[in-house]
Design a protein around this ligand. Structure first.
Ligand code: ZN
Length: 151
């Protein structure tokens, strides 16, 4: 039997063990730092934004499996998007993991692999792990220089 939960588990394990776009980004022109004191997750998001488009995205830092997987999936997904699209994706993802209603099938399809993180809804403390990279991305796009804190 095809088990969606196992698939999601696999996506998280895969992206936390082998994070994509991990490291410094040469020529980056946007950067922000994020810290989640509740769990100890700490990361830096670097972007290359040209003509309003996120040409490249990378992150580095140290954190739990959820925060690392989320940052890895995020850098994968925002590349090629406009700044507005990237911010919209942030809000959509945040809504997915913080609202009370369970996600619909359409939400999950639309969010692609990010849907793997929908399970953190049940664990409020893990929501901060899952959204840290996104808050940091949003700060980098807005050129907010103060480090982002989830508390
Ligand atoms: Zn964490």
């Amino acid at each position: 039997m095809f088990d969606l939960k196992d698939l999601y588990q696999e996506v998280i394990i895969d992206h936390s063990k082998r994070p994509r776009h991990f490291g410094k980004l040469a020529g980056q022109n946007r950067e922000a730092e994020g810290y989640n004191p509740l769990c100890g997750d700490r990361l830096t998001v670097e972007l290359i934004v040209e003509d309003g488009i996120v040409k490249d995205a990378a992150f580095e830092g140290a954190g739990c499996a959820i925060s690392t997987a989320s940052a890895s999936l995020m850098t994968d997904m925002v590349r090629g998007k406009t700044e507005a699209e990237a911010q919209a994706l942030f809000r959509q993802f945040q809504d997915l993991v913080t609202r009370n209603d369970p996600p619909t099938e359409d939400d999950l399809l639309e969010l692609e692999k990010l849907a793997a993180l929908a399970g953190v809804r049940a664990f409020p403390s893990r929501v901060k792990c899952a959204t840290l990279a996104w808050h940091t991305l949003s700060a980098a796009l807005d050129r907010r220089n103060a480090p982002v804190k989830t508390e």
